[in-house]
Ligand binder design. Structure first.
Ligand code: NPG
Length: 373
């Protein structure tokens, strides 16, 4: 891959409804899009960073700065030194920069799109996908009361989604989960705490065991593995780690310590697709299922999620809903729509398969920057 130009864009794209978790509320996407151009190929990636550093340490401002000052120049230099012969060479080329994984992921995703297009191969085939459709669910943010929650869940079930995740926090955990479970006894249901509890809350968290949950996601601190290993034996529900698993090494530590029984893979959190595949493979070797999380990606990031979720060990439904669950109008002309069996169809076009709506993208771009090689 010989790059001639790297472009970054900040977009602002309002959500159909604000999204509220235990720690923050966001009204729209603040994603950074990455465009790579070279050898006649134009490729796109996305860093699905938020408005605030409340999920992890990154937000749109940190990613924007690190990409401009370090990552884009490093990628350009690696490309001109002939060091980017495959998409897997991007991660080592950016490795001197510690952390900042979402910032890196946008560039890495775009490189996969570039190689897919250049080789006339779909991203799914490059990644080793084994499925043509992937099962998906919806993540339901915190609502103002239980009646509203039941209405919102009912709406998603009516659209055909068959797995629901509830955001929980102290004061909004056992009762809303009970209400949903009582109304839909057979529903595949899971909860996500986004790091709001502490080990001392173990007895309270064990109350969730009565609701036959697929998993309890990231109950404890965002960077913890050890306390989760102490909590898991106190819960019947499987713990799933999200925030804590930022690299293949973290996945290995969690597996070795029995800190969880499931891993959520978000390739942006892990710094790209290459390391995400490694996490997938480590979990598979340990007999541990993984599933694909979501960062309310635009249509660009979503295409990467759907392709990755088609790997064999993604055996639980992903937080990868159809584009219209997030945006009234997305920046792609080929949004995903929900199939009647609660799946999305894996793209087969070369590269990521996302087709940009360039005119609309112009109207939602609030900043742009470019580097020429
Ligand atoms: O469908 O993309 C989606 C949202 C899934 O709940 C979801 N994401 O903690 O997993 C999470 C949460 C999240 C959203 C995290 C935005 C960070 C930012």
């Amino acid at each position: 891959m010989r790059l001639e130009r790297i472009e970054l864009r900040q977009v602002r794209l309002p959500y159909v409804a604000p999204f509220e978790t235990s720690g923050w509320r966001e009204e729209g996407s603040h994603a950074i899009l990455v465009c790579l151009e070279g050898e006649g190929v134009t490729a796109w990636g996305e860093s699905p960073v938020g408005a605030n550093p409340f999920y992890n340490e990154e937000n749109y401002a940190t990613a924007w700065a690190i990409q401009q000052e370090y990552l884009a120049p490093m990628l350009m230099a690696a490309s001109h030194a002939g060091k980017l012969s495959e998409p897997r060479s991007v991660t080592p080329a950016l490795a001197r920069v510690r952390g900042n994984r979402m910032a890196k992921a946008g560039l890495e995703f775009a490189a996969w799109d570039w190689f897919g297009q250049a080789q006339g191969r779909s991203l799914a085939s490059l990644l080793g996908a084994v499925r043509e459709r992937v099962e998906v669910g919806v993540s339901v943010g915190i609502q103002k009361d239980i009646a509203t929650l039941l209405q919102v869940v009912d709406g998603y079930l009516a659209q055909g989604y068959t797995r629901i995740k509830l955001k929980i926090r102290p004061g909004w955990d056992v009762e809303p989960t009970r209400a949903v479970r009582e109304r839909w006894p057979a529903l595949r249901l899971q909860v996500d705490a986004n790091s709001i509890y502490h080990l001392a809350d173990a007895t309270h968290l064990a109350e969730l065991d009565q609701f036959d949950l697929l998993l309890v996601e990231q109950p404890l601190e965002h960077d913890d593995i050890v306390d989760h290993a102490k909590l898991q034996p106190q819960l019947r529900s499987p713990i799933c780690l999200d925030e804590s698993i930022v690299s293949p090494a973290h996945a290995r530590w969690a597996i070795e310590l029995n800190a969880c029984r499931v891993i959520n893979i978000k390739p942006s959190r892990i710094g790209g697709l290459a390391d995400s595949i490694e996490v997938h493979n480590l979990a598979q070797a340990a007999g541990m299922p993984v599933w694909h999380g979501g960062m309310l990606e635009t249509g660009i990031g979503r295409a990467f999620s759907v392709a990755l979720a088609a790997l064999p060990n993604f055996t639980l439904p992903g937080d990868i809903s159809a584009n219209d669950r997030y945006f009234k109008r997305d920046i792609v002309t080929n949004p995903f729509t929900l199939n009647p069996d609660s799946t999305l169809t894996v793209p087969t076009a070369p590269g990521s398969g996302a087709e940009l709506d360039h005119d609309f993208l112009e109207t939602v771009t609030v900043a742009r920057w470019e580097l020429r090689g």
